[in-house]
Design a protein around this ligand. Structure first.
Ligand code: HEM
Ligand code: HEM
Length: 183
């Protein structure tokens, strides 16, 4: 089923909430593990990030093929422009987070592991891990870190917009994303 004014497809709903849950969780885990130097949590963070990347790519392709959901009602033009900008930041940010994370891990010589499965081996020299590409690791690390404030701001604006539509405008924007039928 295509995304229409009345209903959003099951694919749109499932991907939105699955990815939202993982992104919020991975942002929290990322901040916690770096602030507390909990290096034992890094492999879990990386594996969950690689796992959700698969769904993030499917969602981006889905949006590319189907376009954005049509607004449920006529909004002010600045509101529609802001919502569209925020949606673009959210889609691109969800792609950039795991891509920069993977490049950070590869550049640092850690390779890529998905729950113990070796997707790319670590760069070992005489049994010791060696940085593979310091410039790549440093740029990817900067990008990964800078995404945090950008995505936090975009998510806050996004949730504020959803609540405004629900509480002030009293339209079905939020209900539709929660899977309720138009009433
Ligand atoms: C998919 C969504 C992801 C989100 C939302 C996310 C978010 C974060 C955040 C907020 C931090 C803390 C800020 C920082 O110091 O950079 C962090 C750290 C980190 N992330 Fe991710 N991440 C994701 C995926 C990944 C992936 C796929 C990898 C690698 C395969 C990865 C590797 C790392 C590493 C190594 C750190 C620690 C950086 C350091 O020690 O400075 N992340 N992540
Ligand atoms: C947790 C609270 C959240 C709420 C209440 C919420 C609510 C909504 C609503 C109501 C829409 C539909 C907007 C419309 O009809 O034009 C929407 C769309 C969207 N949301 Fe969220 N959202 C949340 C979290 C997130 C997060 C964390 C992300 C990404 C990191 C995100 C990314 C998107 C994107 C890209 C769209 C465009 C449609 C799509 O591709 O699914 N949302 N959201």
């Amino acid at each position: 089923m295509k995304d229409t004014r009345e209903r959003l497809s099951h694919i749109t709903l499932s991907l939105h909430w699955l990815i939202a849950f993982f992104i919020l969780g991975l942002m929290s885990l990322g901040v916690y593990m770096t602030e507390t130097s909990s290096y034992d949590l890094y492999p879990t963070h990386k594996s969950l990030g690689i796992f959700i990347f698969f769904f993030i790519v499917i969602r981006a392709l889905w949006r590319w093929k189907n376009g954005w959901p049509q607004p449920v009602a006529q909004h002010k033009s600045w509101e529609e422009a802001l919502a569209k900008l925020v949606h673009w930041v959210l889609i691109l940010g969800t792609l950039a987070f795991p891509i920069s994370g993977m490049l950070l891990s590869i550049g640092g010589g850690h390779g890529l592991q998905l729950f113990g499965l070796d997707l790319m081996s670590a760069n070992l020299v005489d049994g010791q891990r060696q940085t593979l590409n310091p410039d790549l690791a440093s740029i990817a690390g900067e990008v990964h870190e800078s995404l945090l404030p950008i995505m936090l701001a975009a998510i806050l604006l996004h949730v504020a917009g959803a609540l405004k539509h629900h509480i002030i405008d009293k339209n079905n924007t939020l209900k539709r994303m929660l899977g309720f039928k138009n009433q």
